[in-house]
Design a binder for this molecule. Structure first.
Ligand SMILES: Cc1cc2nc3c(=O)[nH]c(=O)nc-3n(C[C@H](O)[C@H](O)[C@H](O)COP(=O)(O)O)c2cc1C
Length: 175
């Protein structure tokens, strides 16, 4: 079983990438590939840009990564209550090749932020929208107050209660 994980953020220090990486590591007996959105950055999508470029090769390569997965672990950065511009842009380019961006792959959908709501707004948006793009959201998880609840040095959730909750979700997904 192959897990493809990514933080939906282009930040080099992305806390969502950290959470997605940690979460993917909790799955037993799986190959894990963690994507970096910086490998898929394209010009801002517009029909005019598309006229010049056509289907963008990096969008196809993102779609190929989705196709290679048996299971997706996605953690969304929240910017002004919505997706990061970088993720939305990749997503838009991908949908012009294939509307079913996630190609039927099931997903653990997460979000984290430094604030107390833990990206709950973007998480709700994606939970409602993503099934129309070819995924079944099997579970959701929000990590609030990232700095207080995640040990960046060690790369894991430092709040034992929250860590148990996430591990229980992963265990259930692997049953
Ligand atoms: C333009 C901008 C808008 C933001 N809006 C929100 C927001 O609506 N809700 C929130 O919880 N955090 C917000 N933040 C803080 C982000 O959650 C924080 O930068 C976080 O590190 C983003 O995740 P990332 O590190 O994976 O990119 C915002 C940050 C920026 C730069």
């Amino acid at each position: 079983m192959k897990i493809v994980a990514f933080g939906a953020s282009p930040s080099k220090k992305s806390i969502n990438k950290k959470l997605a990486t940690y979460t993917a590591s909790l799955f037993e007996n799986c190959e894990v590939e963690v994507l970096d959105l910086n490998d898929f950055l394209m010009p801002i999508f517009s029909v005019d840009a598309e006229e010049g470029i056509g289907q963008h090769a990096l969008a196809q390569s993102f779609l190929d990564k989705m196709a290679s997965a048996d299971f997706l672990v996605v953690s969304l950065a929240e910017n002004n209550g919505n997706f990061s511009s970088a993720f939305k842009n990749i997503f838009d380019w991908c949908t012009r090749i294939q509307k079913e961006v996630f190609q039927g792959k099931p997903m653990l959908l997460m979000a984290t932020s430094p604030g107390g709501r833990g990206g709950a707004t973007v998480l709700a948006i994606a939970e409602a929208a993503f099934p129309r793009f070819g995924t079944e959201v099997k579970a959701t998880f929000s990590l609030p107050n990232f700095d207080a609840n995640f040990d960046t040095e060690k790369g894991h959730i430092s709040n034992p209660q929250i860590d148990l909750e996430l591990k229980a979700i992963v265990r259930e997904l692997q049953r």
